[in-house]
Design a protein around this ligand. Structure first.
Ligand code: GLC
Ligand code: CA
Length: 547
C-alpha cells in the first residue's frame, strides 16, 4: 500500500497492565524486571508495540492512575534505569513502547496538591478549589458526580472544596492554568528523550471544563450509574472544545522528535463524529473507538459498529481502532458468556445485570476466539489486552475484603468495579501464583483463581489448538493477509453471518444458530475452531483466501 503508511496505522498493540503482568522480585506485584523477562514472549506473540499502564510513583488509590511524580518510576515497579533498559530491549525486538499519561488529575500526594492543601500562595489555582453552596458552604459546589460514585467534590479543613471526577485522591487539574500546560509538555519531552514512542492519553476528553463549573443539566445524572459513557458531551465536565488547543500544543512537542512520536486518545465521547475532532491533522494521531467492545454478539450490530468506526476515522484520515477489552471493562470471554443485549452495552449497567446470570465460559471463549479473528482482520490498529491471548475470563468472585478498585467503596459497595479483569497472569501450568512471581509462596496483589492452570501460558504453548496458539498464528498471518490489504468490502452472506473481503482475503464469522456453507473454492487459512474446511459452525470465524 501507500509507502507513507506509518507503523501505528496498522499495528497490533499489546496492553501491559504492569501490576498484573509478571513479578520479578516475588512481592506479588508485577514490575519492570518481570516485564523485561517476558519481552521474548511478546516478541514470539508477534505484537508491534506495547502500551504500559501508568508506572509512575503512586500511592495506588486507583492502581497508578493517581500519579505523584510524572518523571520517575513507582518504586515497587523498579527504577528509571530499568525502564531505560526495558525501552532499549523492546526496541531491539522491534517492539515500540507507549506509555500512559494521566493529565486530568494528579495524586493528592503530588507536590502541587500538597502545596495547595498547605495553602501556599497561588497553589490552589492549579486545581479546582472553590466554596460550597448553602449558608455555611457545606453543600458541594455543584451536582457533579464522581465516575466511581458519590459527589465529585471533597471538602478540606478550611471549608473549601476541590473537584475530583474520580477518587478523592485524584484532584482534577485546572487546565486554564499556564503552569499546568507547561508542566505536561515538559513531561512529554522527558519521556520522548528516553526513547518512548508515544502516549496513551488517560481521560483525554476531561481536561477542560465549562468555566464556572455549572451544574450538569442532565436530569438523569443522579439517577443512573456514573459511567463516562452516560455523561458523554451533555455534561460540562466532558468533551469541551477548549481541550483541542491543549492537544495542538502536545502535537507540536511530539513533532520535534524523530522517529515519529504518537498519541492515542482515551476519550469516551458521545459519537464517532465527536471523537474524530480529536484526530484533526494538528492534534492526536489516533483514538480508541470503544463501540467494538460495547457491541453485543449480534451480526447486525457488529456490522453497524464496524461501518461506523471505519467511516468516521476515514473522515479525518485516521486509521480505525479495534478494542475487545481493556483494564476498565469486563473481559471479552465473560461478556460473551451470557445472553446478549440488542443494543450496545453500557458497561456499568451490564456489570450489575450480569451478576445475576450464570456465565457459560466455554461459549464465551468460543465467541471471543471468533471475535479476535474479526478484530485482527479489520483495517487499522488492533489493541490486545493482556490475557486476551489466553482467553482468560473475568474473575467475578474476588473476596470483598481483597477488592482494590476504589469503585467498590465509592459506590457504597454496589459496584464491584474492575478488579476481575486485572488478575495477575498465569504463566506456569502449576498452582497460584502460576509462575507470575518466581517465588511459589508469593501472595499476589489480587488473588488468582485455583482453576487457571489449563489457561496458563505454559499449558497453552503445548497445545496447538489453544487460544495462545490461535493468536500467534493470527499475528503471523496478519501482515501477509491483512495489513496492507486495503478497504473493507461487505460480502453477501446468510442471515446472522458477517463476511467481508479485503484484497484477496476474506473473513467470515457465523453468529447465527445454524452451520453455514463457506463459498465454493474458499481455502481456509485460519479458523477459530480447529478443523473447519467447507462448513462454518456457529460462533466460529475463519480467514479464507479465494483462488
Ligand atoms: C481511565 C483509566 C482508568 C482510571 C481513570 C482515572 O479511564 O483507564 O483505569 O481509573 O481513567 O484515571
Ligand atoms: Ca514485584
Amino acid at each position: 500500500m501507500a509507502p507513507e503508511q506509518s507503523w501505528w496505522q496498522t499495528a497490533v498493540v499489546y496492553q501491559v497492565y504492569i501490576r498484573s503482568f509478571a513479578d520479578g522480585n516475588g512481592d506479588g506485584i508485577g514490575d519492570i524486571e518481570g516485564l523485561r523477562a517476558k519481552l521474548a514472549y511478546l516478541g514470539r506473540l508477534g505484537v508491534d508495540a506495547i502500551w504500559i499502564n501508568p508506572w509512575y510513583p503512586s500511592p495506588m488509590a486507583d492502581a497508578g492512575y493517581d500519579v505523584s511524580d510524572y518523571r520517575d518510576i513507582e518504586p515497587s515497579y523498579g527504577t528509571l534505569d530499568e525502564a531505560q533498559s526495558l525501552i532499549a530491549e523492546a526496541h531491539d525486538l522491534g517492539i515500540r513502547v507507549i506509555l500512559d499519561i494521566v493529565p486530568n488529575h494528579t495524586s493528592d500526594q503530588h507536590v502541587w496538591f500538597k502545596a495547595a492543601l498547605a495553602d501556599d500562595p497561588g497553589a490552589r489555582d492549579r486545581y479546582h478549589f472553590t466554596s460550597g453552596r448553602g449558608d455555611d458552604g457545606s453543600e458541594p459546589p455543584n451536582n457533579w458526580q464522581s465516575i466511581f460514585g458519590g459527589p465529585a467534590w471533597t471538602r478540606v479543613a478550611d471549608g473549601s472544596w476541590y473537584l475530583h471526577l474520580f477518587a478523592p485522591e485524584q484532584p482534577d487539574l485546572n487546565w486554564d492554568h499556564p503552569e499546568v500546560r507547561a508542566e505536561f509538555e515538559d513531561v512529554l519531552s522527558f519521556w520522548f528523550e528516553r526513547g518512548v514512542d508515544g502516549f496513551r492519553i488517560d481521560v483525554a476528553h476531561g481536561l477542560v471544563k465549562v468555566p464556572g463549573l455549572p451544574d450538569g443539566v442532565d436530569p438523569s445524572v443522579d439517577a443512573v450509574p456514573h459511567s463516562m459513557l452516560v455523561f458523554g458531551d451533555q455534561h460540562p465536565a466532558w468533551d469541551q472544545d477548549g481541550v483541542h488547543e491543549v492537544y495542538r500544543g502536545w502535537r507540536a512537542v511530539a513533532d520535534r522528535y524523530t522517529p515519529e512520536r504518537i498519541f492515542i486518545a482515551e476519550a469516551w465521547v458521545s459519537s464517532n463524529e465527536r471523537l474524530a475532532r480529536y484526530l484533526r491533522p494538528d492534534e492526536l494521531h489516533t483514538a480508541f473507538q470503544f463501540d467494538f467492545l460495547r457491541s453485543p454478539w449480534r451480526a447486525e450490530k457488529l456490522r453497524e459498529v464496524i461501518d461506523d468506526a471505519i467511516g468516521s476515522a476515514a473522515s479525518v484520515g485516521a486509521p480505525p481502532t479495534w478494542v475487545l477489552s481493556n483494564h476498565d471493562v469486563t473481559r471479552t470471554v465473560t461478556r460473551f458468556s451470557r445472553s446478549q443485549p440488542d443494543q450496545l452495552v453500557e458497561t456499568d449497567w451490564e456489570r450489575a445485570r450480569w451478576a445475576r446470570e450464570e456465565p457459560d465460559h466455554e461459549l464465551g471463549r468460543k465467541r471471543a476466539r471468533a471475535a479476535a479473528l474479526v478484530q485482527l482482520a479489520l483495517p487499522g490498529t488492533a489493541y490486545v489486552y493482556q490475557g486476551e491471548e489466553l482467553a482468560l475470563e473475568e474473575i467475578e468472585d474476588v473476596p470483598d475484603d481483597l477488592r482494590q478498585d476504589p469503585t467498590w467503596v465509592q459506590s457504597g459497595y454496589t459496584d464491584v468495579g474492575r478488579d476481575g479483569c486485572r488478575i495477575p497472569l498465569p504463566w506456569k501450568d502449576t498452582a497460584p501464583p502460576y509462575g507470575f512471581a518466581g517465588d511459589p509462596a508469593a501472595v499476589t496483589w489480587l488473588p488468582q483463581p485455583d482453576h487457571w492452570a489449563p489457561h496458563s501460558v505454559e499449558a497453552q504453548e503445548r497445545d496447538s489448538a489453544s487460544t495462545l496458539s490461535l493468536y500467534r498464528d493470527a499475528l503471523e498471518l496478519r501482515p501477509t493477509l491483512w495489513r496492507d490489504a486495503g478497504d473493507l468490502k461487505w460480502l453477501t452472506a446468510p442471515d446472522g453471518v458477517v463476511a467481508f473481503e479485503r484484497g484477496a482475503s476474506q473473513c467470515w464469522v457465523n453468529i447465527s444458530t445454524a452451520d453455514v456453507d463457506l463459498p465454493h473454492g474458499a481455502v481456509v487459512v485460519l479458523a477459530s475452531v480447529p478443523g473447519v474446511e467447507t462448513t462454518l459452525p456457529v460462533d466460529t470465524a475463519v480467514w479464507v483466501r479465494t483462488e
